[in-house]
Design a binder for this molecule. Sequence first.
Ligand SMILES: [Zn+2]
Length: 346
Amino acid sequence: MGFPLQRPRRLRRNAVLRALVRETELSAGRLILPLFAVPGHGVKREIEPLPGNYHLSVDRLVEEARAAQDLGIHAVLLFGLPEAKDELASEAYAAGGTVQRAVRALKRAAPSLVVITDVCGCEYTTSGHCGFLRDGYLENDASLELLQRIALSHAEAGSDMVAPAAMLDGQIQALRHALDAQGFSHLPIMAYAAKYASELYNPFFRAATNSQLAFGDKRTHQMDCANGDEAMREIALDVEEGADIVMVKPALFYLDIVARAKREFGMPLAVYNVSGEYTMMDAAARLGRLDRDAVMMEALACMRRAGADLIITYFAKRAAELLRSGTAAASAVAPPDMAAGALRSR
Ligand SMILES: [Zn+2]
């Protein structure tokens, strides 16, 4: 008398029991590694606010992708920095552009690796904006033509999936039509469907792609952080227009959106664990306030729990390493076989 029949702690007694009843799991195959291709040869420069991530010339990028694949990562998201920016973003769709060369090299060296290419103008325009401007306003339909040209150049280079990132109205339909018309009806589109205007992109633009805005902001096309219903409308539009995978970006402040999106649409769902999220966790660890690996694994596991099938993350290689080595941080989120293996090996 006085004791409950249900004691939830019974199934938390050790790591194997916990793993046995774990509802969601994290594995390297769920992670997508962003890679940054730069011009040149033999270049491997660490991106200062994103330690463990690099600016890579095509030759070194291939090595990095192979290393990721050896850790069980199946997909990369490719960005590129041009030799020079201009108003037309012309290097973004050049057949010999950095990204296009990187795609060809990756598909030669690692044919089974899924190479996803980011489709946007902002790394290539002098303004740092995602397309063409008129009176300071991002022109929608003229910029769609730019996205089409970029996506086609990626497809021709051998990209496995294109990921339009500009948050323009109609961008999925525009790409679907352009791809279908040129014989790429088999090529999937991962839509940056609910992409919020966020301070959390700051390290990416400042250091990773050197594409800070010359003026203005992106609030006329990216979403307002206060809105949730609107995200569902944005995703619904992208699904109607032919998106194969939908994405919510950023991840951690937006897990309610991730959960709603999974529930309401049941589509393959990706989240982008962005540079500012990485920086917050990394900086706290440097101050000695958090254990970097533990907070990373918890964050990634919670993205999965919220409903993300795929996680684009600068932590991908480190997380995959931990999952492989079966450390304590990994066994807290790993599938039962991995957790059991980790216990036995201790
Ligand atoms: Zn952009």
